[in-house]
Write a protein that binds this ligand. Structure first.
Ligand code: SF4
Length: 296
């Protein structure tokens, strides 16, 4: 990957961004790798040399690294920072680095730090649940100790005090600790095997990109189309609705003097359109969806 420095940030940050902190130890797969869509993984590997990223866009990755370094300095009895655990499943080795484990008599609580947006926190993040449950599986197998809780410590990058006061369900503080539902050991093991098989199959198909499994709606972070009922002279919508029918019904209840109208906010696949996967320009799935939109 080529790291650029378009905004002339200090060389020390560029050097830090260029270092490869990512490691999966001696394992075949890391937890991060198996929960990520195979299409993204294969395209990233194939285009590794061509992928360009500016150091300014890596701010939150750098902050994540900094947080881990700082967290490691805090030594408290019964707490383990940043531990990598590995297990064998069938014929592969799987490993994962766990941010924090709190060990008590009746079990271990696992916590993962995430820099995230307020929007992400207010919506489902299935990959958090998957990742945390695989960590639980690793702990239970390696340490032979029960896991009694899974938590995400979310650090909200774009937190706004004004939105916290005015928006329902908006996070009330820039740091939130969330409980993650726990799966059974058997469910997690079956999930791991299924994901490994998907990645294994995609390696065989790597030369035929069209054959790669498609990213699901969930994996593309699809934001559904919304219908905003608005009235002239008011900036914000009266209400934001999921269907056009609901919007029309509400519009019909407004007095004619309100000069109401419906604004369609077209849904989009945020991960593709914002190139958060880093490979959108080489992805046939995304490119063909762009073409379909053009043809419409
Ligand atoms: S562009 Fe979208 S569909 Fe293609 S790999 Fe990235 S997330 Fe998946």
């Amino acid at each position: 990957m080529k790291i650029t420095n378009k905004f002339n940030v200090p060389e020390t940050l560029v050097a830090l961004a260029s270092r490869d902190f990512y490691s999966k130890g001696k394992s075949d797969y890391s937890v991060t790798e198996i929960i990520s869509p195979p299409r993204i993984q294969r395209l990233r590997r194939k285009h590794h040399e061509e992928i360009e990223q500016d150091v300014a866009d890596m701010l939150w990755m750098l902050m994540g690294t900094a947080l881990h370094v700082v967290a490691e300095r805090s030594e408290i009895a019964g707490h383990t920072n940043e531990e990598r655990l590995s297990v064998g499943i069938d014929d592969i080795m799987l490993s994962g680095a766990i941010d924090l484990q709190k060990d008590e008599e009746d079990g271990i609580t696992i916590t993962d730090y995430k820099f995230t947006s307020a929007w992400a926190l207010m919506n489902d993040k299935p990959e958090w649940e998957q990742q945390q449950n695989i960590y639980k599986y690793l702990v239970e197998r390696v340490k032979r100790r029960p896991v009694k809780g899974l938590k995400i410590c979310a650090l909200i990058r774009d937190w706004s005090r004004r939105d916290a006061m005015n928006k329902e369900s908006y996070p009330q503080a820039p740091i939130q600790v969330i409980d993650i539902p726990m799966w059974t050991f058997d469910r997690t093991e079956a999930f791991i095997k299924e994901r490994v098989e998907m990645h294994r199959a995609s390696k065989v198909q790597a030369d035929w990109e069209e054959e790669l499994p498609l990213c699901s709606e969930e994996e593309r972070w699809v934001r559904e189309t919304k219908y905003a009922v608005k009235k002239e002279g008011r900036k914000t919508a009266i209400r934001l609705l999921d269907t056009e029918e609901e919007a029309k019904e509400l519009l019909a209840t407004l007095p004619p003097t309100a000069k109401g109208f419906i604004e369609i906010r077209k849904g989009e696949a945020i991960r593709c359109t914002g190139n958060f996967c880093g490979v959108a320009q080489w992805c046939s799935q995304y490119q063909s969806s762009l073409k379909e939109d053009e043809d419409e």
